[in-house]
Design a protein around this ligand. Structure first.
Ligand SMILES: Cc1cc2nc3c(=O)[nH]c(=O)nc-3n(C[C@H](O)[C@H](O)[C@H](O)COP(=O)(O)OP(=O)(O)OC[C@H]3O[C@@H](n4cnc5c(N)ncnc54)[C@H](O)[C@@H]3O)c2cc1C
Length: 444
């Protein structure tokens, strides 16, 4: 069957946002077409399954705030039997040792001199009336030493930019100010806060990795076309161009990164606006290691690494998350390194060498025992909440709505949202668009 020439609603990108939106449209019997550039749907939430080894494209853990369990996620076709609810065990690598995360609530585990500096400067933290940047917000909330040992270097590594460039108003919703009592308890007493903290537990499939979620969300979709990148969109004429042909639409839901969508659109004002949108690129290295994880890891699920001499900002241990993620006698790891979109990224081979050099130096894995399973770039990973983001995104969305184009998903909306929020908000947008459709827009 050839590609349809016309669809009442074109859905761009079959990650979890596009699949969830398409499911909602399909449930109303609407005439839609879902286009995906890759060979399979799932976007960032796919998994690589090689024999008994399972990897995500990068570790993806499901924190549910609205749905009671995976089975309650609309259109996800999940059974709770296939998932486990896991208590998070994450650590921070500081001063040559691992301490429990969150750093600020577990000061007890630091060497005495550092612990004293942290609590003292927390008590003497500067009062800043109107913080101008994320950096000032952190300093006034946590004090100098907690910032210097962890918050500044870690967030600078993760965002690959200066924290002066990030706007406080948009960032603080992900980063609430600390509770004084918890900092003090965590300073005075071992284990005081081990059972508290943001996102205490998460859901994860017992086998196969997070791809189980995207497989469920794409199940039963009748109008999904893979291997079909959208190369150009004529907004005024309401048509999209792909290597498989031109498609006319009346409304479009797009989960393409907003910057990328504007760049392929025909409206030059969108090109100019989108050039202000900035983001990180993340390099993700998935490695199968012969032998157990180092003893120092304990049973940690992932480690935050603020040290700028180490190229990766996070190391995750899949095999500690689910025993069925790896063949017996092996450990499965992922390592993430971030770069700003305006810097030329290093060559992949050099980066891999650098990562293995660090792993050996730290005594965490020997190169000879490691097999690279997948090394991939996530081209748009974290969008920058810089001082211009909100205004720019609002202007772009206003223009796109006049063309009947409705962005969805974490990157379509140029936001920082979880998988659950991505799915639920995409369904909401699809519902709104459904309300704008008539009987003529139903599938024949
Ligand atoms: C490193 C990292 C770790 C994360 N960890 C977590 C986590 O632990 N928990 C959590 O809840 N969330 C996590 N997230 C966020 C999560 O990945 C997103 O919320 C979710 O994947 C967004 O789904 P989406 O469908 O909006 O985007 P995507 O998954 O990016 O889907 C977009 C789709 O559009 C397709 N596409 C792109 N361009 C075109 C084109 N021109 N034509 C056709 N198709 C196109 C892509 O191939 C892709 O399939 C993480 C994100 C990153 C980067």
């Amino acid at each position: 069957m050839g590609l349809k020439k016309k669809a009442a609603i074109l859905v761009a990108g079959a990650g979890i946002a596009g699949c969830a939106a398409a499911q909602e449209l399909q449930s109303h019997g609407l005439d839609y077409l879902l286009l995906e550039k890759n060979v399979e749907p799932g976007g960032l939430t796919r998994s690589i399954n090689i024999g008994e080894a399972h990897f995500d494209y990068s570790g993806h853990f499901m924190h549910l705030d609205h749905c009671a369990s995976p089975a309650a996620i609309p259109y996800a076709n999940q059974s709770d039997e296939d998932w486990q609810l896991i208590n998070r065990k994450s650590t921070v690598y500081v001063n040559g040792a691992l301490i429990p995360a969150p750093f600020q609530y577990n000061l007890y585990y630091l060497p005495k001199a550092i612990r004293e500096q942290c609590i003292e400067s927390f008590h003497k933290r500067p009062k800043i009336e109107r913080c101008q940047s994320f950096k000032e917000y952190l300093l006034s909330g946590f004090g100098q030493a907690i910032c210097d040992y962890f918050l500044f270097p870690y967030n600078e590594k993760l965002m690959a930019c200066s924290l002066d460039d990030l706007s406080v108003d948009s960032v603080k919703r992900f980063f609430p100010l600390p509770e004084r009592q918890k900092i003090e308890n965590g300073y005075a007493q071992e284990g005081a806060n081990l059972k508290t903290g943001y996102n205490r537990s998460f859901w994860y499939p017992k086998t196969q990795g997070i791809g189980l979620l995207s497989k469920g969300l794409s199940k039963g979709l009748k109008a999904l076309q893979t291997c079909c990148p959208i190369e150009k969109v004529d907004l005024a004429q309401e048509c999209a161009f792909t290597p498989l042909g031109k498609i006319r639409y009346e409304k479009m839901l797009t989960s393409l990164p907003l910057k990328e969508f504007c760049a392929v659109s025909s409206d030059l004002s969108l090109h100019t606006l989108a050039s202000c949108l900035k983001h990180t690129r993340v390099f993700c290295l998935n490695v199968l290691v012969r032998g157990p994880a180092p003893k120092s890891f304990g049973d940690t699920h992932w480690i935050y690494i603020p040290d700028k001499g180490i190229p990766f900002y996070r190391l995750g241990v899949y095999s500690h998350i689910s025993a069925k993620m790896n063949p017996p006698g092996h450990t499965t790891l992922y390592l993430e390194a971030a770069f700003s979109d305006n810097a030329t990224p290093p060559a992949m081979d050099d980066l891999i060498k650098e990562i293995f050099f660090s792993l050996e130096r730290l005594g965490w894995a020997k190169r000879a025992n490691c097999r690279v399973i997948c090394a991939n770039w996530i081209d748009c990973a974290y969008v920058y909440f810089d001082h211009d983001r909100q205004g720019t995104v609002n202007k772009i969305l206003d223009i796109l709505h006049t063309y009947n184009v409705y962005p969805i998903g974490r990157y379509g909306l140029w936001d920082y949202i979880s998988m659950e929020d991505t799915i639920l908000s995409s369904i909401e947008t699809a519902k709104k668009v459904t309300g704008m459709c008539s009987n003529d827009d139903k599938m024949e």
